[in-house]
Design a protein around this ligand. Structure first.
Ligand SMILES: Cc1cc2nc3c(=O)[nH]c(=O)nc-3n(C[C@H](O)[C@H](O)[C@H](O)COP(=O)(O)O)c2cc1C
Length: 199
């Protein structure tokens, strides 16, 4: 198999936020099980500075072979190029009002062919694990003709977790053990195996 790259998408954009800490936790979890020919990168939606969707085109109607050059705005061309560099995606998302944050929906809406056909995983988090967000995201990914893994990971979070992470610079070991005992790590690894198998 030629070398493959997988992106972990950090989906929320407020500051401060929990998302980068959870993304780093997932990154650390997957790094030891990465095959030699697969690399894992973090792609942060907040760093893309995407305005609310402002392209004149409907992305699914652009030419499949080179949609990037068809966009009017530089922010879209930059986002398109970055997404095209990756073969699969793991979306790490909080739940906002029973769905995904608008920042993630917006970033997904900007493109179509860049996502199409690629394997995807979902890691959600929230007071009850963010299952509603994960369900909505699965539908959106199917609309984009992606191939979502059947296993998703849902991380139950507490109201104090963000403050704890900001204080310690990472997710605490106590929290990691709690997630491990709740089956989070098994779910993440199973999801990752599904993604690798469909690459
Ligand atoms: C606008 C907004 C809506 C939220 N809605 C939900 C919700 O529906 N269910 C839930 O469990 N948590 C909800 N939360 C709590 C978030 O899951 C929690 O604050 C999490 O840390 C947000 O991720 P972030 O820090 O990366 O933005 C909401 C938070 C925000 C800011």
């Amino acid at each position: 198999m030629p070398p493959k790259t997988i992106a972990l998408i950090t989906s929320s954009t407020r500051s401060p936020r929990l998302n980068p800490f959870i993304t780093n936790y997932i990154y650390d979890l997957l790094t030891p099980v990465l095959p030699e020919d697969v690399s894992l990168h973090v792609l942060d939606v907040a760093a893309q500075d995407l305005p609310l969707y402002n392209e004149p085109a409907i992305p699914s109607l652009l030419p499949e072979t080179d949609p990037t050059s068809c966009y009017r705005h530089e922010h879209t061309r930059a986002w398109s190029s970055k997404v095209r560099e990756h073969d699969a995606f793991i979306f790490v998302t909080p739940q906002y009002n029973w769905s995904v944050p608008a920042s993630l929906k917006n970033a997904l809406d900007y493109l179509f062919h860049e996502w199409k056909g690629k394997p995807a995983g979902i890691v959600s988090y929230g007071g009850r694990g963010g299952g509603k967000a994960a369900g909505h995201l699965r539908d959106i990914l199917q609309g984009l003709r992606m191939r979502p893994a059947s296993t998703a990971a849902a991380l139950v979070t507490t109201r104090t977790l963000l403050d704890d992470c900001l204080e310690q610079g990472r997710v605490s070991e106590v929290q990691i053990v709690a997630w491990r005992e709740a089956g989070v790590e098994d779910a993440v690894r199973r999801m990752f195996e599904e993604i690798l198998a469909s690459l």
